[in-house]
Ligand binder design. Structure first.
Ligand code: F6R
Length: 241
C-alpha cells in the first residue's frame, strides 16, 4: 500500500484528481470507478477544472459508480445519479451512455446486480475511487460475518443512515436499502485510490489499514490488493504516525 498524507484538503483533492486524469491521458478509453459522498466533491471539482482548461477529455471514458440508493429515482436530488451529474458528468464531455450506476429503481435487484456485474466483467475498472465509512464500509459493503463478492442489494446499517442523514431533510427520508458493487468487484480494479479526510475517521483508518483483515471492517480487505494508493489528510492519518 502506498500512503500519502496531505496538509490541506486542496492538495489531497488535486493529487487524487491528477491520478484519474493521468490514467485518462495514458488510456483515453479508460474505465473509471467512481464514488459519491462528501469526500469526492473536491476531487471532481479538480477534474472538471482540468477539463475546462483543455488538459483532458473524457469523451472515450466509461464510468461505473459503486452504489445507489434503492427506491429513489435518478431525478431525485438525493440519488447518486443526480449527485454524479451535478458534480461531474454535466461539466465534462463524457457521453451519458458511457456513465453507469446501479439502477436503484429496478424491479428485480438480483437481475440488476447480474446486469451490472456483467458490464463490469466486460469493462474492468482501471482505477477505482473509494471513500471510507466510519464503520469501515466501502461502497455500501457494511461490516458483516460474510461479504458479497458481486453487486447486491443491502440493508443499510443504522450508523450509515445516520451519517448520511445530513444530506436529507429528516432521518425518515434516508433510504433503508441500497445496491452496491461487492468487495470482490471492487478488488478487481487495477488501481484503487482510497481518499479519507477528517479526524472522525482516524480510528477506522488505523483499523482498516493496519488491523487484522476481517469482514467486520470491509475496508481491511484492501490490504490484500496489490495496488492501493491511500490519500489522507493529517487529521485522518493522525493515529498512523
Ligand atoms: C459512496 C460510498 C460510501 C462513501 C463513504 C464515505 O458512493 O460508496 O462508501 O464513500 O460512506 O462517505 P463520505 O465521503 O461522505 O465521508
Amino acid at each position: 500500500m502506498e500512503m500519502l498524507m496531505f496538509d490541506t484538503q486542496q492538495e489531497l483533492d488535486a493529487y487524487a484528481a491528477q491520478l484519474f486524469i493521468n490514467t485518462v491521458k495514458e488510456k483515453p478509453n479508460a474505465v473509471l470507478g467512481l464514488a459519491t459522498g462528501s469526500t469526492p466533491i473536491g476531487i471532481y471539482d479538480k477534474m472538471v477544472e482540468s477539463y475546462k482548461e483543455n488538459k483532458v477529455s473524457f469523451k472515450e471514458v466509461t464510468t461505473f459508480n459503486l452504489d445507489e440508493y434503492v427506491g429513489i429515482t435518478p431525478e431525485n436530488d438525493q440519488s447518486y445519479a443526480y449527485y454524479m451529474n451535478k458534480h461531474l458528468f454535466s461539466h465534462i464531455d463524457i457521453p451519458a451512455a458511457q456513465t453507469h450506476l446501479p439502477n436503484g429503481m429496478a424491479p428485480d435487484m438480483e437481475g440488476e446486480s447480474a446486469r451490472y456485474d456483467a458490464m463490469l466483467e466486460s469493462q474492468p475498472v482501471d482505477i477505482q475511487l473509494l471513500g471510507l465509512g466510519h464503520n469501515g464500509h466501502i461502497g455500501f459493503n457494511e461490516p458483516d460475518v460474510n461479504l458479497s463478492g458481486g453487486t447486491h442489494a443491502v440493508k443499510l446499517k443504522k450508523e450509515t443512515r445516520e451519517a448520511n442523514a445530513r444530506f436529507f431533510a429528516s432521518m425518515d427520508e434516508v433510504p433503508e436499502y441500497a445496491i452496491t458493487m461487492g468487495v470482490g468487484s471492487i478488488l478487481k480494479a487495477n488501481t484503487i485510490v482510497l481518499a479519507v479526510r477528517g479526524s472522525d475517521k482516524a480510528e477506522i483508518v488505523k483499523e482498516a489499514l493496519t488491523g487484522p483483515i476481517t469482514t467486520s471492517v470491509p475496508a481491511s480487505l484492501l490490504q490484500t490488493h496489490a495496488r492501493v494508493i491511500v490519500l489522507l489528510d493529517r487529521e485522518a492519518g493522525r493515529m498512523l504516525v
